[in-house]
Design a protein around this ligand. Structure first.
Ligand SMILES: [Zn+2]
Length: 99
């Protein structure tokens, strides 16, 4: 599914992803350990989950095989989001969903 990553997502796709995380939390298996997206007055979000939900919100595509780090962080940064290394992940996430 690597080609999916070449397709653009827009800020509003990411905003929908953040809405979804604010509402539902992050399933534990999708929590990040190294990086956080810092948005919405300092809330922390796992970058891979943000990207995954953003793509799904855009056109329903399900990203299954993609890596964290640059491959995930760069598209978010290009849209103007702050992605930073975080030593508190995953405890800092905006919400951890009960499974
Ligand atoms: Zn964090």
């Amino acid at each position: 599914m690597e080609e999916n990553l070449m397709l653009p997502i827009a800020r509003h796709d990411v905003e929908k992803a953040l809405d979804e995380i604010d509402r539902d939390g992050v399933p534990r298996k999708y929590c990040s350990r190294l990086y956080c997206v810092v948005a919405r007055h300092g809330r922390h979000y796992p970058p891979k989950q943000v990207l995954r939900l953003a793509y799904r919100s855009r056109d329903g595509s399900i990203l299954t095989d993609f890596r964290g780090g640059k491959q995930t962080n760069t598209p978010l940064q290009l849209l103007g989001y702050t992605v930073e290394r975080c030593v508190k992940a995953p405890q800092c996430h905006a919400g951890i969903a009960v499974e």
